[in-house]
Design a protein around this ligand. Structure first.
Ligand code: SF4
Length: 438
């Protein structure tokens, strides 16, 4: 394209936005040259099949808490690929530890300025970080974070807290280290370790309630310090932490615009706001999935299937209709969700006059352990839940647990014992569907 071979969709897009694109196509023994003239920024008219055209940079860490090591055997191959590629960080919001980041990568970031990037911090103490990543490079790789921030690159951070490893005093030390060394970070998400029944790491265990409370307390204390020092809260505990701790979630305005919404920070409050259609004056609506410049769904499960055919940032369920047929009207409605979602949905529906709508919390037996998020629901668990509590009416399912119509275990919607209606995972879409059903 214009004399260059793009390595990924970032380079592709920059060239494709040019008003004149000269293409040299070489495929199946055919060599072809053509030139496309169009307005600058107008789509080229070509589809891309994958976000990276060269090889994904894989991760050289061996974290005890890695969820990929906690997957059962026999799932589709793409799920076992550990990436640590800053390009996927920019494109999909995947977190990178920067242990494989190089001078050349820094040059490229400073040249193309992709932003924001997402960096796994876990601990600022070099020894603790190297131990957590099981990689001696983990001790030093945060120097790249310093370089990125020095050059004005927008970066979000994450701390996965493993009880007994980087919680308590280590967590306080990490948040102090962030304030001291990386105060320009946009946000830091503090999330609890997820443990599936397939984990072989004996030291990895779920938080106790007391540990979850201590982590939330630590984050709230540091929010105050960050606010005083840099005028922003910067650090947030994930919704999962509050649910584990049995504590009330902060008000929506406390999330300062939901900058880490897709990583489970403020998702509950954003969902409630969206459902109740009453955003406060100070709280910004979270960006709509698929909106301009916003990835449809960030994180590991989003990118493994490759870029959506209609564009690498297309909405996940663009064609979902929120209407209902005449035959569906008046039928009992059941909303399927994970165990955490059940805690939130029931009171939300009751206080908004939807007491007749059933909520079916799907226990995650596929992964077991403490896995309770809606995004990791699987087909067999949903089938079991429906068999145990048949309602005979309509079932609504959030799209967050599906990628191209398949659950993470590889089963499809068609394999479920009843017809399921997939609904976008925001509150307004659910409400619209529920109101239309009456
Ligand atoms: S850096 Fe991420 S992908 Fe790599 S081992 Fe650790 S948790 Fe897994």
């Amino acid at each position: 394209m214009n004399g260059q071979v793009p390595r990924d969709v970032i380079e592709y897009q920059l060239i494709a936005d040019e008003p004149i694109v000269d293409l040299d196509v070489s495929r199946g023994g055919l060599d072809l040259s053509l030139s496309v003239e169009k307005a600058a920024g107008e789509p080229l008219g070509a589809e891309i099949a994958s976000a990276l055209f060269d090889q994904v940079r894989t991760c050289d860490n061996h974290c005890e808490f890695c969820f990929i090591y906690q997957l059962p055997k026999g799932m589709r191959k793409s799920l076992y690929l550990k990436d640590d590629d800053y390009r996927l960080s920019f494109l999909y919001g995947n977190f990178t530890t920067l242990t494989r980041f190089t001078e050349r990568d820094l040059d490229r970031v400073l040249d193309k300025r992709p932003s924001p990037l997402y960096v796994s911090i876990h601990a600022t103490d070099p020894e603790v970080r190297a131990r957590m990543l099981r990689n001696r490079r983990g001790a030093m790789s945060l120097r790249w974070l310093r370089c990125l921030l020095d050059n004005g690159i927008e970066v979000h951070g994450q701390v996965v807290v493993c009880p007994g490893l980087n919680d308590a005093a280590v967590l306080h030390g990490t948040l102090a280290g962030i304030l001291d060394r990386f105060p320009e970070l946009e946000t830091v998400a503090v999330v609890p370790l997820g443990v599936s029944k397939f984990s072989k790491e004996e030291a990895m265990r779920p938080h106790t309630t007391a540990e979850a409370r201590a982590a939330v307390k630590a984050v709230l204390e540091w929010q105050e310090r960050f606010s005083r020092a840099v005028g922003r809260r910067v650090v947030w505990a994930s919704d999962e932490y509050y649910l584990l701790a049995g504590l009330a979630l902060p008000e929506a305005a406390a999330y300062e615009g939901f900058p880490q919404h897709e990583n489970g920070i403020g998702m509950v409050r954003a969902f409630e706001e969206s459902f109740e259609e009453a955003p406060t004056a100070t709280a910004t609506e979270p960006p709509a999935p698929g909106a301009e410049g916003v990835p449809a769904r960030t994180g590991f499960f989003a990118w493994v299937e490759g870029a959506p055919a209609e564009g690498y940032r297309a909405p996940r369920t663009s064609s979902v209709s929120l209407g209902v047929t005449r035959a569906q009207k008046g039928l009992p409605v059941t909303v399927l969700t994970g165990a955490y979602g059940g805690h939130v949905l029931r009171p939300l529906l009751d206080r908004n006059g939807f007491g007749e709508v059933a909520v079916l919390s799907v226990r995650n037996e596929f992964f077991g352990g403490n896995i309770a998020v809606a995004g990791l629901m699987t087909g067999p668990d949903i089938s079991r839940a429906i068999a145990e509590h048949p309602s005979g009416g309509r079932y609504l399912l959030p799209d967050v647990c599906l990628s191209k119509g398949r659950f993470i275990d590889g089963s499809s919607l068609e394999e479920l014992p009843v017809a399921i209606e997939v609904v976008p995972s925001d509150g307004a879409s659910l409400r619209k569907r529920l109101e239309a059903a009456r």
